[in-house]
Write a protein that binds this ligand. Structure first.
Ligand code: NAD
Length: 333
């Protein structure tokens, strides 16, 4: 049986990972969880934000499912999420965003996948503050290899899923050096994919286009910060952060997690929507070759969401995390 590292994380993390564990059990998914943890609660317990045992577990299992994590602010800690992504070279942040079957929302025709570069740019950790002068520098370091890798991953996805167009998003009119590197990488890699059209858009225009006509986009590839912001924007097009999944993928290791954070405003109140983490878990099942289990869980999820009485508060319903999970399990049967 395949072992998967499970990180419950902080805030709503314990509630939504419990939901995933219950659904996996009910669906008889042939995997075994190896439970580790990271983040604020872990730091308070064991004095490490990312314990050595977690690193060893991910190195061994190669696949992890992760709840959201809080990094204590203002104490000089580097983000736990960024550290994990850099440590395991998870250069692809894959975030599918599609209109949710069974859920009325502003758009019923969104079907796009966002590829965000996940280890470079403004998340490189190259930050300096000169207290004497009151000057702060945050360096957005982008490498040619990093650009080529993320663009190729996006093209490979487009080819595999028979997409016709890839949209490369940048700010090359202002960030002339990094923007040019990214566009050049796009043009270079595009030569290997003659059937897929490459277009490029400046980030500000892209935001406007997405909220006006999101149906025109199929695969989007962009740098780290723009990808982070566009992910939440795209989530807003289809029903919010409660339903959008994600995956951090490298050549050796993959960590699956929802787009949303720890949602401290609703943590511990049985209000969190576990759908985003359940969908991340379905991406994980596809990744490890257990697609049939993923399809069954997705079907049960859609049946649950279709019924307004079964929806959680973020989707306009009254169900709690536990009740929602019970409905999904009932629909599995
Ligand atoms: P957030 O995503 O946690 O929450 C934004 C809003 O969406 C809140 O109103 C929240 O209640 C709602 N929301 C999020 N997930 C939901 C769900 N599953 N069900 C229902 N409602 C949901 O963003 P934030 O408030 O900006 O960040 C809170 C913390 O999370 C910060 O410490 C941040 O650093 C961290 N964070 C972690 C990750 C991660 O671990 N990958 C990602 C983003 C933010």
């Amino acid at each position: 049986m395949k072992k998967i590292t499970l990180i419950e994380g902080d805030g709503i993390g314990p509630e939504i990972t419990q939901s995933v564990k219950d659904i996996f059990k009910a669906a008889n998914v042939p995997i075994e969880w190896e439970e580790e943890n990271a983040g604020q609660v872990t730091f308070e317990k064991v004095g490490q934000l990312i314990p050595d045992t977690l690193i060893a577990s991910i190195k061994k299992n190669k696949v992890a499912l992760k709840g959201p994590i809080t990094t204590p602010v203002g104490k000089g800690f580097k983000s736990v999420n960024v550290q994990l992504r850099q440590m395991f070279e998870l250069y692809q942040n894959l975030r599918p965003c599609a209109s949710q079957e069974g859920l009325p929302s502003k758009f019923d025709n969104v079907n796009l996948v966002l590829f965000r570069e996940n280890t470079e740019g403004l998340y490189s950790g190259l930050e300096f503050y000169d207290e004497r002068l009151g000057i702060s520098d945050s360096i957005a370091r982008v490498t040619r290899d990093g650009c080529l890798n993320i663009v190729r991953a996006a093209f490979e996805y487009a080819k595999k899923f028979k997409k016709s167009k890839l949209t490369l998003v940048h700010k090359a009119n202002i960030l002339k050096s990094a923007g040019k590197l990214f566009i050049d990488a796009g043009n270079e890699v595009a030569k290997d994919y003659p059937g897929i059209a490459l277009e490029d858009k400046i980030i500000d225009n892209m935001c406007m286009q997405l909220v006006m006509r999101p149906e025109q986009f199929e695969v989007i590839v962009t740098t780290n910060l723009f990808g982070d912001i566009l992910s939440d924007l795209c989530a807003g097009l289809v029903g919010g952060l409660g339903i959008v999944a994600g995956a951090n993928i490298g050549d050796d290791v993959a960590i699956f997690e929802a787009v949303h954070g720890t949602a401290p405003d609703i943590a511990g109140q049985n209000k969190a929507n576990p759908t985003a983490l359940i969908k991340s878990e379905i991406l994980m099942l596809n990744h490890i070759g257990l697609e049939d289990y993923g399809l069954a869980i997705d079907k049960a999820l859609v049946e649950t969401i279709k019924n307004p009485a079964y929806r959680t508060g973020d989707l306009g319903g009254k169900a709690g995390t536990k009740e929602f999970t019970t409905y999904v399990i009932e629909n599995l049967k």
